[in-house]
Design a protein around this ligand. Structure first.
Ligand code: SF4
Length: 456
């Protein structure tokens, strides 16, 4: 057994990495939109981290006002089209829809959102105008959803924005860290182009913060600085055999799948994926879709405590992914390359700081024959960089106030670097909040900006 690429015919790769959720045609969108009860104080809107006025945009679809519907969505979330594809709607808007209480299928808010927005991205039809320049300059580190959301709000208000991005493309985890069958590279590029199409935002690609571009330089050349750094390297397993060939981290693995042709990506015959978050699910499903015959996810708690949603797990099981609950890796065995993984069985103990029951070792072990191990254990923050800048943090997670200002006046932050790794939609709201903070600092009005919770 060993890692191998080209396991499948090219046609099969195309099929396996094609859009998993086809969009609505007009007739289906109208049927679904007309099911909405247009609730007062709508729970779906409350559940959206960017506070999109869901009943309004659905009403606009039902009356044929697609431009109005897209404007409603983009005004709260300029990544509304991408979020429509990648948001775990089952635990956000659709999970909160009152239809669930009526024992009916929830309104398919995500797919309706996609229906309303996608054509504006594809045709690059701008729905907002940038105000004339106000002569203020803001630097942003990171062209991910947090950075681009912040940039878009600022640019609309006439601020001149420069973004420094370490990669050759924008979009952050949307472009590099999400499974290709949820959102493909062409769409991600179109969405970034759409955000930049407003004007007033210059992106310098291939610039690594702390190396090619320094904080002191940005602070002296700009009126404010926003950090949308994301997170760094994947956490280590800390077990023997972690350095063997065939042990990879999920973030790098998904990055490779996103930046190369799937047929060129080597995958094992039998793969173990450690973790049960969304990245672990994406890595497991993509391994199967790259041609692995057996993929097993290993998680140290039970299904009840898993971070992934039921829908995500159901998708993985539909792809043929197996799950072993209550198990933690103890050793990875092999002679130069992975041959097996030894796991210890766990049981549940008292709740830990996360509020979930903690995994407790039982001393009993079992061994799985695998030739690839994918680690999806979360990522480590950029702690030393923050220390150098004198920014307060908790274990690398940046401390911010309601307007996302850090402990250093004039420096703002948002996204994974602040929340430890949540959804794209959370990063978008952080970007908006930080933009309000920056506008306030610059003496510019910000009260009209659509937020989930208004800030003063
Ligand atoms: Fe429509 Fe459901 Fe939202 Fe009510 S909760 S407004 S029915 S989508």
């Amino acid at each position: 057994m060993s890692l191998q690429n080209n396991r499948l015919p090219e046609e099969k790769y195309r099929e396996n990495f094609a859009d998993i959720h086809p969009p609505f045609v007009e007739s289906r969108a109208l049927i679904e939109a007309n099911r909405c009860l247009y609730c007062y104080d709508a729970p779906c809107t409350k559940a959206c981290p960017t506070g999109i006025d869901v009943p309004l945009f659905i009403k606009q679809i039902s009356t044929g006002n697609i431009k109005g519907s897209a404007t409603t969505i983009f005004d709260s979330n300029i990544f509304g089209a991408g979020c429509a594809r990648v948001c775990p709607v089952e635990k956000l808007c659709e999970g909160a829809c009152v239809c669930n209480q009526l024992h009916e299928e929830p309104i398919p808010i995500g797919t309706l959102q996609r229906y309303a927005t996608e054509q504006f991205i594809e045709k690059n039809i701008q729905l907002f105008e940038r105000k004339p320049s106000v002569g203020k300059k803001v630097a942003i580190v990171g062209a991910g959803p947090a950075g681009l959301s912040c940039a878009h709000v600022l640019a609309r208000e006439g601020v001149d924005v420069t973004i420094y991005e370490k990669e050759s493309k924008g979009g952050g985890l949307m472009t590099y860290g999400v499974a290709g069958y949820k959102v493909n590279a062409d769409f991600c590029q179109s969405e970034v182009d759409y955000v930049l199409g407003l004007g007033g935002i210059n992106v310098e690609y291939g610039k690594v913060f702390g190396k090619d571009i320094l904080a002191a330089e940005l602070r002296s050349n700009f009126d404010a600085l926003f950090l949308g750094l994301g997170l760094g390297t994947t956490r280590k397993l800390g077990v023997d055999g972690e350095g063997l060939d065939g042990v990879v981290d999920a973030i790098s693995y998904i990055y490779d799948i996103r930046t190369k042709r799937p047929s060129t990506i080597p995958v094992g015959e039998k793969v173990a994926v450690i973790g049960m978050g969304m990245t672990a699910i994406d890595a497991a499903r993509q391994s199967k879709r790259l041609g692995a015959s057996d993929v097993t996810m290993i998680y140290r708690r039970t299904e009840k405590e898993k971070p992934a949603t039921d829908k995500e797990l159901e998708g993985a099981r539909t792809d043929g992914v197996q799950v072993v609950w209550l198990a933690a890796p103890q050793t990875i065995k092999g002679n130069g390359k992975v041959e097996s993984i030894v796991c210890e069985k766990m049981k549940l103990g008292p709740p830990d700081s996360s509020g979930r029951q903690s995994p407790v070792p039982t001393g009993e072990t079992f061994e799985l024959q695998v030739d690839m191990v994918i680690k999806a254990l979360g990522q480590l923050p950029y702690q030393s960089l923050l220390d150098e800048m004198g920014i307060k943090h908790r274990g690398g997670i940046i401390e911010v106030n309601g307007m996302r200002q850090t402990s250093v006046p004039g420096i703002y932050a948002g996204g994974d670097a602040v929340n430890g790794g949540r959804e794209v939609v959370d990063a978008v709201e952080d970007g908006k909040l930080a933009a309000c903070g920056i506008l306030h600092q610059l003496g510019l009005p910000y009260q009209h900006i659509k937020l989930k919770t208004q800030v003063n």
